[in-house]
Design a protein around this ligand. Structure first.
Ligand code: HPA
Ligand code: ZN
Length: 350
């Protein structure tokens, strides 16, 4: 998308946090099951008669001390076990949208993991209808444009992914695309080459987690084999100069999740996060929350903590905002509207 140039006004450093809060945002990497707060997990467990291996909200929260992706995923899948009925999925997404609205999110593209639920006997219809109704209400009640992206769990088989796609196709009008998530190492993108080829034929948008813990080779194969349009995470690209040049040249959006990376020990410390390096190299990086209930923050927390820890500027903030709107799967007309709102807020802070 080409736009007339916008000169980012200089913003006094003490006003940067307020600008970050006020900025209109697009969230492109949020696993809706990762927005289940401990309080809601316990409320749903009570409502549905599901036993949890934790005595209280506090003891569950105190288990959120992760060492890597897998240590998180084990607890994340356990948390999702309280979701049984359509209303549960609605309530979970509704709670996320309330938080997103408070953080000035204008557009949200929500990942969901149907296999986590269908494996427990919950139907695809239950999952998608509950989430889709919450998306429709998010527009009506908060003005948020929300869409769904169905993710395949990469630790499961290609056959299971195909069966999941088949089960979802009667509801094809209720999701815009597909993604690939769960345990990355040992499950390269090419394991799902045929599934993604079928999704491409069906006209579905395509994204994949790659280069969170996995090597740059997984980013190459997500692009070349799966033909994805965005890379989720992608921070390991920094170790491959040729890949960095390609991502910059092709303006491939990277949906970076700084607090997630910190909590899963992808970087030893938030201050050492490479978001600034990715932006300065010309990559279309964005900021997202990933699993906000588990990683200690929603969109504004991610922006505020990352900027405070790494010293990013208003120029970076503008670029992040613009990258997210342009990298979204919204219509060209909607993108123009989002960009006008982004620039109006920056003008207000000059
Ligand atoms: N990576 C992979 N799978 C996931 C994640 C993640 O950060 N969050 C939820 N599922
Ligand atoms: Zn993720």
């Amino acid at each position: 998308m080409t736009r007339p140039d916008f000169t980012v006004p200089s913003v006094a450093p003490e006003r940067l946090p307020d600008l970050l809060r006020a900025m209109p945002k697009a969230e492109l990497h949020i696993h809706i099951e990762g927005s289940l707060e401990p309080e809601l997990i316990f409320a749903l467990a009570g409502r549905n008669g599901v036993a949890l291996p934790y005595a209280s909200v506090e003891s569950l929260r105190s288990a959120y001390a992760f060492t890597d992706l897998q240590s998180f995923l084990d607890i994340y899948y356990a948390g999702a076990s309280v979701l049984l009925h359509e209303q549960d999925f609605y309530d979970m997404a509704r709670a996320y949208f309330e938080r997103a609205a408070a953080d000035n999110v204008l557009r949200a593209e929500l990942f969901f993991d149907p296999q986590t639920h269908t494996a427990r006997g919950v139907s695809m219809q239950t999952v998608i209808h509950g989430l889709h109704r919450a998306c429709a209400d998010a527009k009506a009640d908060f003005g948020i444009d929300a869409e769904l992206i169905l993710c395949f769990l990469r630790h499961l088989s290609e056959e299971d992914a195909f069966a999941t796609l088949e089960a979802a196709l009667p509801l094809r009008d209720k999701f815009i695309g597909v993604g690939l998530d769960s345990s990355e190492l040992g499950h390269p993108p090419e394991k799902f080459a045929r599934v993604f080829a079928r999704c491409r034929e069906l006209g579905l948008r395509r994204v994949a987690h790659a280069g969170e813990e996995g090597p740059p080779a997984y980013i190459w194969s997500a692009l070349d084999v799966l033909q994805v349009e965005r890379i989720d995470h992608g921070v390991q690209a920094i170790h491959d100069a040729e890949l960095m040049a390609r991502l910059a040249r092709e303006r491939v959006p990277l949906t970076v999740c700084p607090l997630s990376n910190q909590k899963l020990c992808v970087f030893p410390d938030l201050a050492e996060h490479n978001l600034g390096a990715l932006l300065d190299a010309g990559l279309a990086a964005t900021v997202n929350s990933d699993d906000p209930a588990y990683f200690g923050g929603y969109m504004n927390d991610n922006f505020l903590q990352t900027f405070a820890a790494t010293g990013l500027t208003a120029q970076h903030a503008y670029q992040l905002g613009r990258n997210a709107f342009e990298g979204s799967f919204a219509s060209a007309e909607a993108k123009r509207g989002y960009m006008a709102q982004l620039e109006a807020v920056f003008r207000r802070f000059s």
